[in-house]
Design a protein around this ligand. Structure first.
Ligand code: DOR
Ligand code: ZN
Length: 376
């Protein structure tokens, strides 16, 4: 192709995009004015102090670009420690928290900090207890930047750390996957959850980003087990990821599973079961790392999570339960008191941007039916 025709083609594509945005804008305004003229108010829903209890914010320029998106609509978030190197000292925690706060100067936003799990001694845990909200355990090598994680689940080797955490009331968040067959990894991890839950009955254990019916069933078995659920695992199964053309932006760890698993997750999320809470596991990667051979794992949902949750809960007639799922349950489970923030969402078409500073969100370019109207 000559450079001239390439430029012409690019111009036509840009023009096409502008025209489609303009048409959408006209249609939306026409739609709103028509409703107003008829005296019909658009449906709104208000959420107080939304919390994202599992979030990847990264560092450096990515942190600066991404953190404001969550800080805009969430009161706080539990920030994951899988940086390179991982967040594993008191200085790391303090410095990372400062960098997060510097990235969101104008929004009230509380980063709840986590420490990367290793076998730590009692003195160290006592020294960090007031600066962290939880400790996050990764099986070694199981996901992004987890190479320094736990390679053997020998309870006796872990006992001192876990018992001290229990005594100091520091919750343990767990990425619960074995290195077995990819569809079975979470279900296989249930025996490890049993081991942890029974050996440390007073330790709060959060099964992170659960994706299976097996994990939902496990919630009922042990008083000290809780779970986070992402919005994408409530919306997609493995079919959506690889059933047709492969969708790299829906690929994450743990991978989405079967329809019956998604149904089990929906059953507890929509009822806002008191042991489950929202944790987006929003995991930004640059576009070229997703759209490449060796696609990085992670679905980026931070800027559209609340809108998608409204859409989903409304579709199931459960909007009244969303407040508990996105805030109240987390405050009860973690014993935290989130600072005031009020988010009003409106039921109107919203086109998900193609990318946010080079990170492609879930449903990029598609229209969803709720948008953020105001933040107070
Ligand atoms: O898909 C994932 N991406 N799962 C994780 O557990 C980590 C995350 C990341 O950090 O990119
Ligand atoms: Zn994660």
């Amino acid at each position: 192709m000559t450079s001239k025709s390439f430029v012409q083609e690019a111009e036509i594509r840009v023009l096409g995009l502008c025209v489609s945005k303009l048409l959408h804008y006209i249609w939306y305004n026409f739609f709103s004015i028509a409703l107003l003229a008829k005296g019909i108010k658009m449906k709104t829903h208000t959420l107080l102090m939304p919390l994202d209890m599992h979030l990847h914010l990264r560092d450096g320029v990515m942190l600066e670009n991404i953190a404001p998106l969550t800080a805009y609509s969430f009161s706080g978030a539990l920030v994951m420690p899988n940086l390179v190197p991982p967040v594993s000292t008191l200085d790391d925690i303090k410095a990372y928290k400062q960098r997060i706060m510097a990235a969101v100067p104008n929004d009230y936003f509380e980063p709840y900090m986590t420490l990367f799990y290793k076998n730590y001694d009692k003195a160290f845990l006592e020294s960090v207890a007031d600066s962290i909200t939880a400790i996050k355990l990764y099986p070694a090598g199981i996901t992004t930047n987890s190479e320094g994680g736990v390679s053997s689940f020998d309870i006796e080797e872990m006992r001192l750390t876990l018992q001290t955490m229990s005594d100091l009331n520091i919750p343990l968040c767990v990425h619960g996957e074995t290195d077995g067959f990819v569809m079975d990894r979470e279900a296989e991890f249930m025996t490890i959850y049993e081991l942890l839950a029974t050996n440390f009955p007073k330790l709060k254990i959060i099964m992170e980003h659960i994706t299976t019916k097996a994990a939902v069933d496990m919630l009922e078995k042990h008083e000290n087990l809780y779970a986070t659920i992402t919005v994408h695992h409530l919306l997609i199964t493995l079919d959506d990821v690889v059933g047709g053309m492969m969708k790299p932006h829906l690929f994450c760890k743990p991978i989405a599973k079967r329809p019956e698993d998604m149904q089990a997750l929906l059953s507890v999320a929509l009822e806002a079961h008191p042991k489950v809470m929202f944790g987006s596991d929003s995991a930004p990667h640059p576009q070229h790392k997703k759209e490449s051979c060796g696609c990085a794992a992670g679905v980026f949902t931070a800027p559209i999570a609340l809108q998608l949750l409204c859409e989903l809960f409304e579709a199931h007639g459960k909007l009244d339960n969303l407040q508990a799922f996105v805030s109240d349950n987390a405050q009860n489970i973690y014993g935290i008191c989130a600072e005031f923030k009020e988010i009003t969402l409106e039921k109107r078409p919203f086109i998900v941007p193609e990318n946010y500073s080079g990170v492609v969100p879930m449903y990029a370019g598609e229209t969803i039916s709720w948008a953020i109207e105001s933040v107070d």
